[in-house]
Design a binder for this molecule. Structure first.
Ligand code: UVW
Length: 317
């Protein structure tokens, strides 16, 4: 077997947007989403139909997470059974209420990754020292993304439907050229600065298979090539949104490296990644009315120093 290259070797000549938006930038390619991009998205609202893209937390069949993470746990703190207890708080007038909390990986449900979420070679997005992640991200955390919000023209690329499948298979790959062909088959085209929303419906298998889903874990998705990375740079793609856990084929079949696009897109170009979305209702509607472009709006939570945040993105058609 040929030797697996390091990320540094693989991405030695890869393009970078470091410094493009200043030495102190923390939101990367989201800078492309100017007011003009907001209006371009708004011009694609036709019917006023609204779709939310978050997967429910607490699905009866469990919640899909990246191996090693655990699904969010919700705990009831106060409910109707609590108020007879001696230690229950008392409020004048007989007020009772329900309280609960969740213990959750910030990347353990539909989520925005901060630009400082992945790195190699000791540097994160914009060249910041990776040691700034110790104890919490001092640079390129999710907070600046949450502060600015994400609004622009979204385009659904229904790769599962394009390939005539219910869902893409384990390890199945596609390229930027496939995305363009998919858009064309849908009667549209990918434009510069579009927010790309890719449907594989792969997580259907998680709900069907449970723990077996993690055997030989390899999600389908975009596959690394220098041409694909250059295309993302040239197209000024601000945000890549998918319905898989990690937005790209888990192990690049050509080099054996795990998640190289996280590094090439997020760390080097500042493309923001959004994962674990539920695109089913939106995809059904797009197939029915033939409208695959729309206004996309998302705001992760403002969590200081966090590497990611849960989110419920909204699409308006
Ligand atoms: C990793 O980067 C490991 O996971 P994700 O981007 O899916 O949160």
């Amino acid at each position: 077997m040929t030797e697996i290259p390091t990320m540094e070797e693989l991405l030695r000549d890869a393009p970078k947007n470091w410094g493009k938006w200043g030495d102190d930038d923390e939101v990367g390619a989201l800078n492309y989403l100017t007011a003009d991009e907001v209006f371009r998205g708004v011009r694609h609202i036709r019917s006023g139909k609204v779709f939310t893209l978050q997967r429910v937390i607490g699905h009866p069949s469990g919640d899909p997470v990246w191996p090693g993470r655990t699904p969010a746990q919700r705990t009831m703190i106060l409910d109707e059974s609590s108020w007879d207890r001696d230690d229950a708080p008392q409020f004048p007038g007989g007020l009772h209420y329900a309280d609960d909390k969740i213990d959750a990986f910030l990347q353990g449900s539909t989520q925005y990754d901060a630009l400082g979420h992945v790195w190699y070679g000791g540097q994160i997005w914009n060249g910041y020292d990776a040691r700034t992640t110790i104890g919490g991200l001092e640079k390129a955390s999710v907070e600046p993304i949450a502060e600015r919000g994400v609004v622009g023209r979204g385009i659904l690329l229904d790769m599962a439907r394009f390939r005539g499948k219910t869902n893409l298979d384990k390890g199945e790959t596609f390229t930027h050229e496939d995305l363009m062909a998919c858009a064309e088959a849908q009667g549209t085209s990918i434009e510069k600065r579009d927010i790309l929303i890719i449907r594989t419906n792969f997580l259907r298998l998680f709900y069907e298979q449970g723990e077996k889903f993690y055997e030989d874990f390899c999600e389908p998705g975009l596959v690394y090539s220098p041409e694909l990375v250059q295309w993302f740079a040239d197209m000024e793609i601000p945000n890549l949104v998918t319905d898989t856990i990690a937005n790209e084929v888990t192990i690049d079949p050509n080099h054996g490296v795990a998640l190289p696009l996280h590094c090439a897109l997020m760390r080097n170009l500042g493309v923001v990644l959004t994962e674990i979305c539920d695109l089913e209702r939106l995809a059904e509607d797009c197939a029915a009315d033939g409208q695959y472009t729309f206004l996309y709006v998302a705001a992760p939570l403002k969590i200081r120093k966090a590497a990611g945040s849960p989110v419920n993105p909204v699409v308006i058609k």
